[in-house]
Design a protein around this ligand. Structure first.
Ligand SMILES: Cc1cc2nc3c(=O)[nH]c(=O)nc-3n(C[C@H](O)[C@H](O)[C@H](O)COP(=O)(O)OP(=O)(O)OC[C@H]3O[C@@H](n4cnc5c(N)ncnc54)[C@H](O)[C@@H]3O)c2cc1C
Length: 382
């Protein structure tokens, strides 16, 4: 982390950063290689994060939080990202910033007490189920149905690619309660043990420790009181919440890119060819300078967008820019750093292979690069 506060962070944020970094160094990083082999990380890590208050920074004390402080929450995101395994930070992040955050933003007091409070403690794990096998970018075309029947909704359909999907205790599900298109979508919380709800785990290129799940709903009957917010407003809620999801992805990508670049410089200093460290060749020195400059630029844009969100301003364009720029950059940095590793870069023993696989998700998840550019260019009035 560059030694600057960017007119964003206070001394308290710096202290929080140091304590989360210490937690990551002692209780996560030493174990991630083993967890990668197991393709999983323990549920107790959510509880430990809960104990340390890391899930509560966006929330008031009445729910067990210590905020609301979105900037403090961003600090947690950045530091958890540095644990060395994208799957761990993604699993914790999807809980912190997606499933449970939807409950806070849209839920009644009763719903918050039921799902959010134990989520802040890390006792319940959450997920957000929007994407389907046939509808990802085009959210408005999703097909999962929720038909009202007395005091229940009966869900039928399928979701795909859901982070924490096969691990979560509850999922905030986007389902069609009305007609075609975006006005027919609602958000409904489905508890894991609900009859007619089952999950399976998907195999992924990266993010090995996170559970990327498929969700299946077969006549799954959910109490109508599990509806979040108003019926038919789900699409609007998803679009609003995408702003937070995307800024979080940008923050994580910048933090990861910086760490990956450090890894590349270190490797280049220690590996010799033609009688000198590889990093001393001008082409690599300049490559590092290019990448560091771009990381700094992406960080400034990301913090600018975060500042606008915190101020309650419209940050649609800046968030979309920060999301695509930072995630594409993270992937490019990982690819260049893999290249400086030569043949070792292609071996599973070196951490760069994981950074390379994990960073590939950034330009896809949470709205692809192409969709970000659609959003930005739609504001030109063309
Ligand atoms: C590991 C992982 C974790 C995920 N976690 C979650 C989660 O927790 N919850 C959740 O709901 N979803 C999740 N997703 C789903 C993710 O958000 C979608 O994969 C993503 O939005 C893209 O949708 P898609 O896969 O259907 O691709 P598609 O929409 O089929 O897109 C395919 C390609 O077409 C391009 N394309 C589409 N429309 C346009 C257009 N208008 N102009 C130009 N190009 C276009 C896309 O950019 C992309 O390159 C996750 C995905 C992965 C891989």
């Amino acid at each position: 982390m560059a030694d600057q506060r960017y007119n964003l962070f206070t001394e308290e944020h710096d202290a929080l950063r140091a304590s989360v970094a210490d937690f990551v160094a002692r209780e996560i990083r030493p174990f991630v290689d083993g967890w990668e082999k197991e393709r999983d990380f323990p549920r107790s890590l959510y509880e430990r994060c809960g104990e340390l208050g890391l899930f509560g920074l966006k929330y008031e004390e009445e729910y067990g939080g210590s905020g609301p402080d979105l900037i403090a929450d961003a600090v947690v995101t950045e530091e958890l990202t540095l644990c060395g395994a994208g799957g761990v930070s993604a699993g914790l992040g999807a809980h912190k910033d997606l499933g449970s955050y939807y409950v806070y933003r849209l839920g009644s007091d009763e719903q918050r007490k039921r799902w959010l409070v134990p989520s802040i403690r890390g006792e319940l794990i959450s997920a957000l189920g929007v994407s389907e096998p046939g509808a990802g970018s085009d959210v408005a075309s999703l097909k999962t149905k929720a038909v009202r029947d007395g005091d229940s909704y009966v869900l039928n359909g399928q979701k795909a690619f859901i982070t924490n999907g096969s691990k979560a205790d509850y999922v905030v599900v986007a389902a069609r309660t009305g007609g075609e298109g975006y006005p027919g979508i609602s958000l409904i919380v489905v508890d894991k043990d609900t009859p007619g709800f089952r999950t399976s785990r998907m195999r992924t290129v990266g993010w090995w420790t996170s559970h990327t799940g498929e969700l299946f709903f077969d006549d799954c009957r959910v109490p109508a009181e599990n509806l979040l917010g108003e019926e038919g407003k789900g699409f609007v809620y998803i679009m609003q919440n995408f702003q937070w999801e995307r800024i979080v992805m940008a923050l994580a990508a910048v933090a990861a890119a910086e760490k990956t670049l450090e890894m590349g410089i270190e490797y280049g200093k220690n590996r010799e060819a033609f009688g000198r460290p590889i990093a001393k060749f001008q082409v690599w020195r300049h490559k590092f300078a290019d990448l560091e400059t771009e990381i700094h630029a992406a960080r400034c844009l990301t913090y600018h967008a975060l500042r606008k969100i915190v101020a309650g301003e419209d940050a649609l364009r800046e968030v979309s820019m920060a999301k695509w720029l930072s995630t594409e950059l993270d992937w490019r940095v990982a690819d260049d750093v893999l290249q400086i590793h030569g043949g070792y870069g292609y071996m599973m023993e070196f951490p760069i292979q994981r950074a390379w696989r994990d960073s590939r998700l950034g330009p896809i998840g949470g709205g692809t690069t192409e969709i970000m550019k659609e959003i930005i260019s739609k504001t030109y009035g063309l």
